[in-house]
Design a protein around this ligand. Structure first.
Ligand SMILES: [Ca+2]
Ligand SMILES: [Ca+2]
Ligand SMILES: [Ca+2]
Length: 264
């Protein structure tokens, strides 16, 4: 293959890699969409370095080493009818960042009244995945009980805040808060909630209690999470940078090729 052929091959391979990365990013965003019905644990970045998060940016934020972010943890419960007959009492779990990528130390996890009842606890910071940053709570399967984030009210709380315009009806309950500090590294990462489970990974009836359409649900029932994502550099600008570098390389090769044929 000549220089031109190799160049075209390299550019095609780069374009394919960029396309694959873009597809992966879109797939990740799609799986994180809020569910229509059921329990969703919603992590909302409410402030960065003490200033309110820009509108629409609570789940997708641009942060840098040293930034301190405040996160509100909300249980959003919806059923299938349009009556506000949802309720929430408790859940057990850990709050974790992605393994690798941007590193964030979590701290000051706390439960919010009335979810500060008997058996509740704010959780404690441990590096549960060994990637060098602090998460809240042990790994979800059979970890150390005293480390989990456990918002729990003494009663089933019936009066959440109705979400205006939601159909089916949806209520939300502020259950906790946590801060995180960006400590370094870069790249894609996220913060998510993972419900506590038995040591063998099966669900435990005691690790969740809520009501949808007047019907009780527990730690065996499915739930979803709306995480906080840290964006990576735009694929389009990364692709442009790569293509520009290839163009420079090609020009150098052309110049070198020209001088070689002059010398021969
Ligand atoms: Ca991490
Ligand atoms: Ca970690
Ligand atoms: Ca309902």
């Amino acid at each position: 293959m000549n220089h031109a052929g190799r160049r075209r091959g390299a550019i095609r391979r780069t374009a394919a890699a960029v396309a694959a990365a873009t597809v992966a990013a879109i797939a990740f965003a799609a799986t994180a969409a809020p569910a229509d019905a059921g329990l969703m644990i919603d992590l909302r970045a409410t402030a960065i370095n003490g200033s309110p998060t820009p509108a629409g940016g609570m789940h997708d934020i641009d942060v840098h080493p040293g930034d301190v972010v405040s996160v509100q943890i909300v249980a959003v419960v919806s059923g299938t009818n349009n009556v506000n007959d949802e309720a929430f009492q408790a859940i057990h779990g850990s709050i974790r960042s992605g393994n690798g990528g941007l590193l964030v130390d979590m701290s000051q996890s706390a439960v919010v009244a009335p979810f500060n009842g008997a058996g509740s606890q704010g959780g404690s910071a441990v590096d549960s995945d060994g990637d060098g940053d602090l998460d809240i709570g042990s790994p979800p399967n059979g970890g150390v009980a005293s480390t989990y984030f456990i918002p729990r009210s003494n009663t089933m709380e019936q009066n959440g805040t109705p979400v205006a315009g939601a159909n089916p009806a949806r209520e939300e309950f502020i259950i906790g808060a946590v801060n995180f500090t960006v400590t370094g590294n870069s790249g894609e990462s996220f913060i998510t909630f993972v419900r506590r489970a038995n040591p063998n990974g099966t669900g435990n009836i005691a690790y969740g209690t809520w009501v949808e359409d007047g019907v009780g649900h527990n730690g065996l029932d499915p739930y979803t999470v709306s995480p906080i994502r840290f964006p990576v550099p735009e694929p389009s600008s990364a692709a442009l940078t790569t293509l520009a570098a290839l163009g420079l390389l090609a020009r150098r090769r052309r110049r070198r090729g020209a001088s070689e044929s002059e010398n021969s």
